[in-house]
Design a protein around this ligand. Sequence first.
Ligand SMILES: *[C@@H]1O[C@H](CO)[C@@H](O)[C@H](O)[C@H]1NC(C)=O
Ligand SMILES: *[C@@H]1O[C@H](CO)[C@@H](O)[C@H](O)[C@H]1NC(C)=O
Ligand SMILES: *[C@@H]1O[C@H](CO)[C@@H](O)[C@H](O)[C@H]1NC(C)=O
Length: 748
Amino acid sequence: MYKRQSFVSLRLIVYSLVALVANGDYLIGLGSHDMTGPAAGVNMMGYANMEQVTGGIHFRLRARAFIVAESADGSRIAFVNLDAGMASQLVTIKVLERLKSRYGDLYNEDNVAISGTHTHAGPGGYLQYVTYSITSLGFVPQSFDALVKAIELSIAQAHDNLKPGSIFINTGDLENAGINRSPSAYLFNPPEERAKYKRNVDTLMTLLKFVDKSSGKSIGAFSWFATHGTSMSRDNKLISGDNKGAAARFLEDWFAAGNKNSSAAINTRLEGSQGAVLNQASRIKATGGQACSKTASQSAKVRKNDGSRFVGAFCQSNVGDVSPNVLGAFCLDSGKPCDFNHSSCHGNDQLCVGRGPGYPDEILSTKIIGERQFQKAVDLFTSAEEEITGKIDYRLVYLNFTDIEVVLDGNQVVKTCPAALGPGFAAGTTDGPGVFGFQQGDTEINEFWKKVRDAIKEPSQHQVDCQKPKAVLLDTGEMFWPYAWAPAILPIQILRLGKLIILSVPGEFTTMAGRRLREAVKETLISYGNGEFNDDTQVVIAGLTNTYSQYVATFEEYKQQRYEAASTLYGPHTLSAYIQEFKKLAQTLARGDKNIGKGPSPPDLSSIQISLLADPLGDSPPPGIKFGDIKRDVITKGNFKLGDRVNATFWSANPRYDLLTEGTFAVVEMLQGDKWIPAYDDDDFSLYFKWDGPFYSSGSYGLATIEWEVPQEASAGIYRLRHFGSFRTMKNSPVSYFTGASSAFTVS
Ligand SMILES: *[C@@H]1O[C@H](CO)[C@@H](O)[C@H](O)[C@H]1NC(C)=O
Ligand SMILES: *[C@@H]1O[C@H](CO)[C@@H](O)[C@H](O)[C@H]1NC(C)=O
Ligand SMILES: *[C@@H]1O[C@H](CO)[C@@H](O)[C@H](O)[C@H]1NC(C)=O
């Protein structure tokens, strides 16, 4: 009897253990950290437009991370989403080094994925290959450090937050947040393949919802959806997370407000704030510049990062040919649609520009495309019922894409090529046209440009033949001076979270390229998985992850040589090589093989980076002025209404002396009793911090304009604008902090 009972209880224990795993209990941690880089004078990453340098902040950039572990010593994965143009090999290498010194082998190249949202409005200079740092005048340590630190700290926060919880998955279609910007190239894909799909872009959003077990509270949501971070144009100077960063801001604020509207969010903020006690003098009149500490800017922050906040992230997918400028591309002169095959207007590519839904207001377009993704995520979040159960697993290999042998259907053997860019690359896209008079679809280069090219690097005959029908305009894969212009070694990675398979790709797959890859991986998993995988297995592509190697178009799209094809680095069989190698990797995952060859490690080029962009040399205000003093006050007469814009300009110093990480350069304060309470900061969509000044002369100063568009949810009351900043008087002198406030004004 006794024996029998213990047998029963043993069985119970075993059953409940199994049930625990089957119930999808994982250890889950989320984290987030400010990664906003230098807000003055640094070239932005994305459009390769030298004139587009940072001049303030629309809203801050963040690294958002989740970690999921089977158990404390079981398999785990970490995924980090960056409000950045893309992941960078060197950033990944340095983050992994830091994780190793913190956690040993717990987080490593195999189980960590670092992905970029593809905003084109973040400071550049953090990639190690020459092609991606020409317009930023080389490597920019301050941009780089801001990213590495934020990724490390977002993972550390997620790690410290690890607690039992469950994960729900949901998917749904979002129809109006992306259109194909190269529809003529899409038409090159076989008709029977196109017939399988309703649209020439993917509309599926896949969302994970993370729930804490003990409290039952949601702690975060990550979603994947393909649309370019080009709602903000190539002329924008304000740091911005573009539409995905905006969606994340909206989702996190929505959650903070108790899943209600945003005016509730404002009230929640005001309730939680400590505020600064007023002295009588500062009650109505502008305060002159005063010294303060760095922490003053942090305590004025509306959303404080104590590690307990809900984390909402919008990740990128097969974005290659997907534009958020959903009204289509039109000629600036005639207002007519552009030439279909070349996206030009009577031969001029610069006249053909895509229009977002808020055209001509790019901020409005960013907001609308952000809101559409946010709303869809809310739908999926609130209706997510399917719980994820099952294994956590991962695989990564490095490949030298210079000469991969690819066996095509029918056993024909072809090869990839060293990286190269064609003329369609220089033509740019309808989201940001290029400058040299090239057109998308060009497969010839004229004698003049051939001479220019050959002066830089004449491509080898092998390269010319290999890349056909692309004409080699820039032979980046054969250029090594002063260091490599393009990557040769790329990582491909698979993360498994139960039924969800995440494919980390180091580039921008076009819609059809992504579909082919997902399908091939899924078929492989089902064939080799011994029943572990089935039709219900969901495969998502995480674009721009771990490193960056531009675009991947299909073999057929490559024939037309539009921008995406001209930027497909490794020749016409680039996609086939990815599919072949991902299938091999998927097989090892499906079979449970752990001992796979890792391939050649990517180089660490940090010691040979060239940086031509100077740091600011020291600032001083003009005689009789203190930093933080008002240059031009707000209009204090009359009332501001919802939707009005109010601004004030302060004497200020270069914001590069201190990035005020997790702090703020700009605050809107509201008078509550006798205290000024921070109500909006430079993370808010309604508040702009604009900086203007000479960037690199000593003894200089600049002007900071804080502009607030009184949002619809603002309460009536008395407000003022406040600026925080810092300066050095000389390049190596200590940093001092200052603040100043405008006069009070009323909103009715
Ligand atoms: C675009 O190019 C294709 C051939 O590639 C041609 O058949 C088609 O007529 C062209 N369309 C337009 C509108 O020029
Ligand atoms: C990649 O392969 C090419 C051709 O075999 C070789 O020349 C090159 O050194 C390799 N690149 C790296 C970084 O290992
Ligand atoms: C700032 O406000 C002033 C009125 O005080 C207005 O003339 C000016 O155009 C505004 N500047 C900006 C950049 O909105």
